[in-house]
Design a binder for this molecule. Structure first.
Ligand SMILES: Nc1ncnc2c1ncn2[C@@H]1O[C@H](COP(=O)(O)OP(=O)(O)OP(=O)(O)O)[C@@H](O)[C@H]1O
Ligand SMILES: [Mg+2]
Length: 247
């Protein structure tokens, strides 16, 4: 579904991504892990077209997207969900969800997808007429995931869906992400600081460090791996050898 080869990008003259290779198979949940400031969000921005790709290539569904504009990438079926902050607090929950469907003209399909989103997140249905500014942090997170789904994407990218949420709420969100994957066959790339939770959810994981993929492997092998823990804590990843990991 998504394939990156040697992707480089950054800000101004500052190179952050220094040759990223990554694959997200159709229907899979893939975790992208790494310490603070290692380039995870930068990578999502480069994939979404929000940041120019300096070199390398990004293929989505077989088509190059590294030169495309953000709206073209969304139209191709790849949607990024940013952290919960960017809901529109002065609009109702339902209006916020409908924003995700703004480029669609299949009204019956939009209606059906709205019901699907409410099926995943019943609290949003209960509160659909309320202003989204009144939602809790976890509910806002559900709202932005739901809004992403309203675009009817082939793949979604989630940037730290668990950030700043209480553990019980985190569990709830992750359960629903799992259901979205299963029920819709959705392809999902999830960036997380919550390494354990992300690896329980995903089938495969990548650890980014210093602008490169330093470790990757099956999620079940990575889960108790010291190398992953070190990488997450910003340790000296390059010096850690791990038999569970592919590189
Ligand atoms: N708009 C920007 N201009 C200049 N530098 C930036 C900009 N955004 C991020 N950076 C820098 O790029 C590097 C990678 O940042 P990025 O946000 O991708 O990290 P991250 O892995 O998502 O971290 P976090 O876990 O804190 O979200 C950091 O050193 C950061 O300071
Ligand atoms: Mg980030």
């Amino acid at each position: 579904m998504l394939a990156l080869k040697g992707v480089e990008a950054g800000y101004g003259k500052l190179k952050i991504l220094r040759g990223i290779d990554m694959t997200v198979p159709d229907g899979a949940i893939i975790a992208l892990l790494g310490g603070n400031g290692t380039g995870k969000s930068t990578l999502l921005k480069a994939i979404s077209g929000l940041l120019p790709v300096w070199s390398g290539e990004i293929l989505f569904d077989g088509e190059p997207i590294h030169n495309k504009r953000p709206h073209e990438i969304v139209r191709a079926g790849l949607v990024q969900v940013t952290q919960g902050k960017d809901s529109y607090p002065g609009m109702t929950v339902e209006e916020n969800l409908m924003l995700g469907a703004f480029s669609r003209s299949d009204r019956a399909g939009v209606r059906a997808d709205l019901e699907k989103v409410y099926g995943f997140f019943p609290i949003l249905k209960e509160r659909r007429k309320q202003l989204s500014g009144l939602l809790s942090g976890g509910q806002v997170q559900m709202l932005v995931v739901g809004r992403g789904l309203m675009a009817k994407p082939k793949m979604i990218m989630l940037d730290e869906p668990s950030a700043a949420l209480a553990p019980k709420v985190v569990l709830d969100i992750f359960k629903q992400i799992n259901r979205i994957s299963r029920d819709l066959g959705m392809t999902i790339l999830v960036v997380e600081q919550n390494v354990r939770m992300a690896l329980l959810l995903a089938s495969y994981g990548y650890v980014i460090h210093d602008g490169k993929i330093h470790l990757e492997g099956d999620a079940k092998d990575m889960i108790d791996d010291d190398a992953v823990r070190l990488a997450y804590l910003g340790g000296t990843v390059a010096e850690v050898e791990s038999p569970a990991l592919h590189r």
